[in-house]
Design a protein around this ligand. Structure first.
Ligand SMILES: [Zn+2]
Length: 82
């Protein structure tokens, strides 16, 4: 579970773990991942399958999974349990 999401050093913004496209927050990143996967972009589909889910999910559900994923990497007091 390493290198999933790179957190920018300057303003704390997120980057897509597949194509390094910047996203201001997890919802933006989630919608980006869903859009690319729906456009059948192999890299994004594979990343989602490997790290989040093999099933089609809504953007909101993907966002929730991303929150859980980050919580595993970086414990905080707002950990969301699956
Ligand atoms: Zn991407």
């Amino acid at each position: 579970m390493t290198g999933l999401l790179r957190v920018g050093s300057t303003d704390g913004s997120l980057f897509c773990p597949v194509c390094a496209s910047p996203a201001q927050d997890l919802l933006v990143l989630a919608s980006h991942l869903v859009e690319e996967a729906e456009a059948s972009d192999g890299g994004h589909v594979m990343w989602l399958n490997r790290n989040l889910t093999k099933h089609r999910k809504s953007i909101e559900e993907i966002e929730r999974l991303l929150v859980s994923l980050l919580a595993e990497d970086r414990p905080s007091d707002e950990v969301v349990k699956r």
